[in-house]
Design a protein around this ligand. Structure first.
Ligand code: NAD
Length: 253
């Protein structure tokens, strides 16, 4: 068991990659807080984990709300005594239009969820990690956070910001035993991916071009394996970087 006795918080754990990450972490011995806006969905996954002998608890969290983020980390400590692994995975794949069509309201909402929520969770978890001089942070970015072709202006910028935050956090706290890395998934078959059909006509033509060269779409379980490696001590010298998991998609650009 690679995460035996560790305490992990996974956001967006009711579905897709977050669900797979929570399930794999529990299988590897971690006690997992499944944080999601969709409490019912998170509870379903939690039930499956506990039925399989794992330890897990669901918490309703809107990552755009500071009080929810703080409660999420506090719950990990009150339930399981500490926090070892923070996975900031929740996000919305919205904001696929080019900058000329961006509204301030959509920009703020997407940044609140995809970016500010990540910063706030890290900030809240840091004192726990600093006290024991050990901690792991994993942020779900996107290949849209690495190039201009896989996403629209707002989504792309929100995920580029996650990459920047990841690098700075990894660098600033390396001496304190804290590692912070991001995963940049390519197209993965989840609920979110199906919403890609709803992007604007301009975005769709760009996205379709990019999709034309995508070798294949990924499965959430394939991303969970990357998240397991980054959470375990096997990645002890991997810090402040982005692991792309896209089947070679980005390599085509
Ligand atoms: P998903 O829709 O299956 O899962 C996302 C989960 O996040 C859902 O359970 C949803 O309820 C939750 N969520 C949404 N907004 C929330 C909020 N405000 N507070 C708390 N929870 C919230 O999608 P997924 O593909 O598994 O997405 C996970 C992450 O992966 C996202 O950050 C997404 O941007 C990123 N991503 C996805 C793809 C892809 O192709 N699927 C590619 C690159 C990056």
């Amino acid at each position: 068991m690679k995460l035996d006795g560790k305490v992990a918080v996974v956001t967006g754990a009711a579905s897709g990659m977050g669900k797979s990450i929570a399930e794999l972490y529990a299988k590897e011995g971690a006690k997992v807080i499944l944080a999601d806006l969709n409490l019912e969905g998170a509870e379903k996954v939690t039930d499956q984990i506990t039925n399989n002998g794992g330890t897990a608890k669901a918490v309703k969290v809107n990552v755009a709300e500071l009080a929810d983020i703080e409660n999420m980390i506090d719950t990990a400590v009150s339930e399981y005594g500490t926090l070892d692994i923070l996975v900031n995975n929740a996000g919305i794949m919205d904001g696929m239009e080019p900058v000329g069509e961006v509204t301030d309201e959509r920009w703020d909402l997407i940044f609140d969820i995809n970016t500010k929520g990540v910063m706030r969770a890290i900030r809240k978890a840091l004192p726990i990690f600093l006290e024991k001089e050990k901690g792991v942070i994993i942020n779900t970015a996107s290949t849209g956070g690495l190039n201009g072709a896989h996403a629209g202006a707002t989504y792309g910028a929100s995920k580029h910001a996650v990459v920047g935050l990841t690098k700075n956090t990894g660098f600033m706290y390396a001496e304190k035993g804290i590692r912070c890395n991001a995963i940049a998934p390519g197209g993965v078959e989840t609920n979110i991916a199906s919403s890609m059909k709803n992007i604007s006509e301009f975005g769709a033509s760009r996205a379709q071009l990019a999709h034309a060269v995508m070798p294949r779409s990924g499965q959430p379980e394939e991303i969970a394996q990357v998240a397991l490696f980054l959470a375990s001590d096997e990645s002890s010298f991997v810090n402040g970087t982005v692991v792309t998991a896209d089947g070679g998609w980005t390599a085509a650009f």
